[in-house]
Design a protein around this ligand. Structure first.
Ligand code: PFF
Length: 461
């Protein structure tokens, strides 16, 4: 393993993959994926989602990697540099800066819920609760004015602490510790879940496709899930790629990160659905409350006779969620903090604090939209839903499309080839396929999503 004296570079190639995988693997896999798969019929949705990962997600990820690494340590100047100095493209460097604020502000709210549930699990707070109590407790907690805001603040403070430590000591080291641990937790939980009664029904739901359930909305949701899960379109991976060493194989890393991300999503499905089917009458399409209401109830009912099992299963599950959330929230904060640090020359810790404080303010509004501010509506949406809409349904597709257009049509193809083959030292058999996708397939496909979303937007106005 080569080391580097530049503090703004991931020391190892493994560190680079784990950091990018840490950004990709998050609540999107363990919370959003089972929710979406559950609501959209299971296996058929998953098949389409995996196809989108491969055909759209990986190429956009490699696009972000190429732009970021070419830019060196400054993501906001990366687009201008890669365009060969065309000033007009500089504004694209602001996409990650703005997106970082937006995405962290609402993601941290759900991350805060997971931390509270981990704490409750630690204190054995789920013991003896009924299904009804889980439901009313979750509603009471998430709509409270202070309680969830407190847990969100802790998540943001932890994220801020790690980002303040820097690229190597914070982001790389944090990912190297948390990602393997996360994997161990997942494997333990899958083993437990598969041993539950009726586990085969959960497996059937996950792997036996029923294409009669597929319609336009399922296809769009699968595409949205692929974007969100891989963290593509906001420039987050562009920001991380600024810290990649010059000998990292971008295409291979893109495939590895997507592979890890998909594996974790499928394994999360293997934890959640066998558990849901283990109790007659519970349904996999419970929506976002699946992991906060349905699952803790399952843990209690299934293992109720053996309290130590119910306790351990719940605790490991929520710790897993917290860690997955943290490795992603770090990447979100880094997007904006890197700009304040590099371009406005604030010391890194101060840059992290400034961004965190602003995000905390927005996060408070997002949290209140589940309670006191439930009636405050902008374009018909509460704050949380508005931020989610802006990020996942507007900026991600627009950003992804613009980046593909930029790399496919604006950047000199010799510069692109040199970046992807590390100056001609790598054989890249997939290069022609990649170039075709970013020039034609991805922009057209994403345009279709956009037309749909803009239609929705016009309808809301
Ligand atoms: N990919 C993350 C997840 O699955 O939870 C979420 C995410 C991280 C989205 C970073 C966007 C981003 F820039």
């Amino acid at each position: 393993m080569k080391s580097t004296s530049n503090k703004n570079v991931f020391v190892s190639k493994v560190g680079a993959i784990l950091a990018a995988a840490g950004s990709a693997v998050g609540l999107g896999n363990v919370w959003r994926f089972p929710t979406e798969a559950g609501e959209h019929g299971g296996a058929a949705f998953i098949l389409i989602y995996v196809l989108f990962m491969l055909l759209l997600g990986v190429p956009i990820m490699v696009t972000e990697f190429a732009i970021g690494r070419h830019g060196g340590s400054d993501v906001s100047g990366a687009f201008e540099k890669m365009s060969g100095g065309k000033k007009g493209w500089r504004w694209m460097g602001m996409i990650p800066v703005v997106s970082g604020f937006l995405v962290l502000s609402y993601y941290a709210v759900v991350a805060g819920w997971t931390l509270y549930y981990a704490f409750e699990a630690l204190m054995n707070g789920f013991a003896g609760k009924t299904a009804m109590e889980f439901q009313t407790d979750f509603v009471a907690f998430s709509s409270d004015s202070l309680h969830p805001v407190f847990w969100t603040a802790i998540i943001i403070a932890l994220t801020c602490g790690i980002v303040a430590l820097g690229v190597q000591k914070g982001i790389e080291r944090g990912s190297k510790i948390m990602m393997p641990l996360l994997f161990v937790f997942i494997v333990v939980l899958v083993g437990c879940s598969l041993s539950l009664p009726n586990a085969h029904q959960g497996l059937q739901f996950l792997f036996y496709p029923d294409f009669s359930k597929v319609n336009g909305s399922v296809i769009l949701s699968a595409m949205g899930q692929a974007f969100f899960s891989l963290s593509v379109g906001l420039g987050c991976l562009c920001t991380y790629a600024c810290y990649f060493r010059k000998d990292v194989d971008l295409m291979k890393d893109g495939l590895s990160v997507a592979g890890i991300d998909t594996l974790v999503a499928l394994l999360s499905g293997l934890i959640v659905f066998p558990a849901v089917y283990s109790i007659p009458g519970l349904r996999p399409d419970a929506g976002p409350s699946l992991v906060f209401v349905t699952l803790p109830n399952v843990f209690q009912q299934v293992f109720g006779g053996i309290p130590v099992l119910a306790y351990s299963f719940s605790l490991i599950f929520y710790l897993l969620l917290v860690m997955a959330a943290l490795t992603s929230s770090i990447s979100m904060l880094e997007m904006s903090a890197a700009y304040f640090h590099k371009n406005l020359r604030l010391p890194r810790p101060l840059a992290a604090v400034v961004v965190s404080v602003v995000c905390m303010l927005f996060a408070t509004f997002c949290s209140w939209s589940f309670g006191d501010w439930a009636d405050v509506r902008i374009f018909g949406m509460g704050f949380f839903d508005l931020f989610d809409f802006l990020v996942a349904k507007l900026i991600m597709p627009v950003g992804g499309m613009l980046m593909c257009f930029f790399l496919g049509w604006v950047v000199d193809k010799r510069v692109l080839r040199a970046e992807l083959t590390n100056g001609g030292t790598l054989r890249s058999p997939l290069y022609p396929v990649f170039r075709f996708i970013i020039r034609y397939f991805a922009p057209v496909c994403i345009l279709l999503i956009l037309v749909n979303e803009l239609g929705l937007f016009a309808f809301l106005m």
